[in-house]
Design a protein around this ligand. Sequence first.
Ligand code: DC
Length: 227
Amino acid sequence: MIITIDGPIATGKSTIAKTLAEEIGFIYFDTGAMFRSLTYAILKENVDYKDAETIKNFLEKFDFDIIIDHGEKHYYINKEDVTKKLRTQKVTTLVSEISALGPVREKLMEIQREFAIGVNAVFEGRDMGSTVFPDAEYKIFLTGRPEVRARRRFEEMMEKYPEESQNLTFEKMLEEINRRDTFDSTRKISPLRQAEDAFVIDTSDITIEEVVFKILEYKDTTSTVRE
Ligand code: DC
C-alpha cells in the first residue's frame, strides 16, 4: 500500500510522514532528499546541467542508493555517503532549478516507482499523489501560511546549522520560501500540485501529532467506506 504526502516547504511534511510511517509500520521515503542528492552530485562534478546531452549522460551513469544503518537512512551517490551534505545552502539554492528539469524528474520517478514495488510505504514530496503514484490508496496534501512556515524553517536552521545561518533572518527566510514555492508550483513539468482526490490539512495552527491523528482518522474512515 502506498500513502503519499505532498505540500510546499516547511509544512511539517518530513516529520509527519516519518511519524506516520513509524506508527503504522510502513517504510518512509523522503523524495526531496533524492532531488538534493542528485543536486549535490551535479555541484560536486560540476555538471553542465543546462546542456541536454551532458545531463542525459550524467543521469545514465547516476548510481543512487539508500542504506539504513542503525535505523538511520543514508543516501549514497556513486558509493559516496552524501547524507550530511544535503541541507547545505549551496544544495538548497540550486535544488529547485535541478528538480524542474524533465530528464531529472523522469529518472527519479523511475527510481521512486522501483522503490515502491511490493512494499507498504509513505512517499513524501511535491508530486507524489498527482504524478508519481496517481493510484496511491491514500493521498494527503499539507498546506500552511507562509509566515508560519518561514518561522518554523528559520528556527530549525538556527538550531541545526547555526554556523551556516549566521546571516539568516526571518525576512530572508520568508523571501526564500516564497521564491521556492513559486518556482516549485509554476515549473512546467510536474509542478507542486494538489491531487484532486487528496485529503487537505492546513498545518499552521496544529501540532505534528494532531496532523498524524487526522491522517490516521481519515485512513480509518475511508478504508471502512472502501470495504
Ligand atoms: O522537501 P525538500 O525541501 O527537501 O525538497 C527539495 C526540493 O526538491 C524542492 O525545491 C522541490 C524538489 N522536490 C520536487 O520537485 N519533487 C519532489 N517529489 C520532492 C522534492
